[in-house]
Write a protein that binds this ligand. Structure first.
Ligand code: NDP
Length: 282
């Protein structure tokens, strides 16, 4: 990339659509909390076709770093000059940083964001537990490595398009016991933790789940988040989950990790998650 030195501390999230993104609210809160007055953070609608030009423009206008969301994470991975090991494993980047030499560094903070929310904020045990992931898209790809690092007894991936679940199970097999399944094979099985990483909640839908799927004292976690409880969060509550929550905590934690990569300061996250700030209409 062409180097250009403008002393402005601009950050943004790129995505399409992006109107409802909570990231500006979160990063402005972090900047205020850590006293970084010169930092700005905006949401910019960038379709895939114009992604590369938009990144270069942003840099030339003094941009320091970017978050990338749907549908740009794979493009960001391809465009970065250098990526972290965790981004390499999942082939997707949600955090870009412009380095002093003008090169572009990419990382993926989704997995660590989920694990921090599960283990630190919610105190949900993973070690030696059985985990079911619903869905085999980009989000599942992004969380698998960090999840397997917590040494669960088993991670089973179930997906509508079964071949995608098998491909992911194969790709991550070296990191732990990962299996793949179709929804119809789930009868008679139960899991300690069920993570919904499908896009179903975004459309008010719920994948077909047998009533016996959640083990006693189990947990449900929906990566999707909304002002009201998602269909999967409701399913968890109705099926006796000890905890059944949406992915707002993961969103805040992945943002905190990105903020740390850019600014070298780790913001406090818990109060923001526990406050109702992000559940209020923008
Ligand atoms: P993708 O489009 O990459 O994958 C979507 C997945 O959902 C696929 O496995 C797809 O199955 C499945 N799916 C879609 N609709 C249904 C349905 N009605 N029933 C069953 N399965 C369905 O999306 P992502 O992986 O990027 O995102 C998944 C979710 O995770 C989204 O809700 C997103 O908002 C959330 N997310 C939250 C984050 C956070 O910080 N909280 C971070 C990243 C993602 P198939 O392959 O058969 O089409």
């Amino acid at each position: 990339m062409v180097a250009k030195h403008i002393n402005e501390q601009r950050y943004a999230v790129f995505g399409h659509p992006i109107k409802h993104s909570l990231s500006p609210r979160i990063h402005r809160h972090f900047a205020e909390q850590t006293g970084q007055k010169a930092m700005s953070y905006t949401a910019i609608d960038v379709p895939a076709e114009t992604f590369k030009a938009a990144v270069t423009d942003f840099y030339n206008q003094g941009g320091k770093g970017l978050n990338c969301t749907v549908p740009l994470k794979e493009l960001a991975y391809d465009f970065a000059d250098d990526v972290s090991a965790r981004a390499q494993r999942c082939g997707a980047v949600n955090t870009l940083m412009f380095k002093d030499d003008g090169s572009l560094y990419g990382d993926n903070t989704d997995g660590i964001g989920l694990i921090r929310d599960l283990t630190v904020n919610l105190n949900i045990p993973i070690q030696d537990r059985t985990v079911l992931i619903l869905g085999a898209g980009g989000a599942t790809r992004g969380i698998l490595e960090m999840l397997l690092n917590e040494t669960p007894k088993q991670v089973c991936i179930v997906n509508r398009t079964q071949s995608k679940a098998h491909d992911l199970a194969e790709l991550f097999a070296g990191l732990g016991y990962v299996t793949a399944s179709g929804y119809q094979e789930l009868n008679q099985q139960s899991f300690d933790l069920i993570i919904n990483a499908t896009a179903a909640s975004l459309h008010g839908d719920l994948p077909p789940l047998p009533n016996t799927l959640l083990a006693d004292n189990g947990y449900c976690y929906d990566l999707a988040y909304a002002l009201e409880p998602t269909p999967f969060v409701k399913w968890g509550i109705e099926h006796g989950a000890d905890i059944s929550v949406d992915g707002i905590g993961m969103l805040v934690e992945q943002a905190a990790e990105a903020f740390y990569i850019w600014r070298g300061v780790y913001p406090e996250t818990r109060l923001l998650i526990e406050s109702n700030l992000l559940k209020q209409k923008q």
